[in-house]
Design a protein around this ligand. Structure first.
Ligand code: URA
Length: 196
C-alpha cells in the first residue's frame, strides 16, 4: 500500500472531532496521485457527505464548468478540502476542527507535491498561506484582496505556486463574483501550459 493510500485509510476512520458523529462519509479527496494542480475547498456539503466525493453538488457544477472551459486535463488534478467531514448545516469550520483535521491536508500536500495549488475561498487560502513560507508577501489578506494573484511559497518543503480564487459556491449567490472566478483562473491555465 502506498503512503497516500495509507493516509486515506487512516483519515477514513478518523474520530478526532465531533463531526465524525454526524458525517455519512469522510471526503478524503479525488484525483491523480501525481497532480500538476491541487484544488483546495472548504468542507464537504450535503451531496459530498452523502457520496464521499468532493465538489459533486452545485458548487461542483461551477468548478466543472471552469475545468471544461479551460480544457483542464482532469487526470492531472486532485481536489481536496480543509475539513474532510461535513459541518452540520454547512456552517463555517471551527478553529478546533481545522486544527485537528488539517494535518491530513498537510500530509496530502507533502505526498502529492503539486506544482500549483488553487485555493478556493477564504478558509483554504488563509490556511495554505499561513502554513507556507511566503516569498514575497508581508501580510496575509482576505480573498477579496488576493484572488487571482500568483503567490510563490514553500509549503513545508514543497515549492508551489498558489493562486487563490473565489469559492465556486460564492458565485452562486453573488453573481458579480462570477466574472472574477472565471478570469482569475486564466493565470493558472497559463501556468499549466508552461508545465506541459
Ligand atoms: N464546498 C467545498 O468547499 N467543498 C466541497 O467539497 C463542496 C462544496
Amino acid at each position: 500500500m502506498t503512503d497516500f493510500e495509507n493516509l486515506k485509510n487512516v483519515c477514513s476512520s478518523c474520530t478526532k472531532c465531533e463531526l465524525s458523529k454526524t458525517r455519512t462519509n469522510v471526503v478524503f479527496g479525488r484525483g491523480s496521485s501525481n497532480p500538476d494542480l491541487l484544488f483546495i475547498g472548504e468542507a464537504p456539503g450535503k451531496n459530498e457527505d452523502e457520496q464521499g466525493i468532493p465538489f459533486c453538488g452545485r458548487a461542483g457544477d461551477n468548478l466543472n464548468k471552469l475545468l471544461e472551459e479551460n480544457n483542464v486535463d482532469i487526470n492531472k488534478i486532485f481536489i481536496a478540502n480543509i475539513l474532510k467531514c461535513r459541518p452540520p448545516e454547512n456552517r463555517d469550520p471551527k478553529n478546533e476542527e481545522m486544527e485537528l483535521c488539517t494535518p491530513y491536508l498537510i500530509e496530502q500536500i507533502k505526498l502529492l507535491k503539486p506544482k500549483i495549488i488553487c485555493t478556493l475561498g477564504n478558509f483554504s487560502s488563509k490556511f495554505v498561506l499561513a502554513n507556507g513560507n511566503i516569498k514575497e508577501m508581508k501580510k496575509i489578506e482576505g480573498i477579496t484582496q488576493i484572488h487571482g494573484k500568483l503567490i510563490e511559497i514553500n509549503f513545508q518543503g514543497v515549492d508551489v505556486k498558489v493562486v487563490p480564487i473565489y469559492h465556486p459556491a460564492a458565485i452562486i449567490y453573488r453573481r458579480h463574483l462570477k466574472d472574477d472566478f472565471f478570469s482569475d483562473f486564466k493565470i493558472i491555465n497559463n501556468l499549466l501550459k508552461e508545465e506541459n
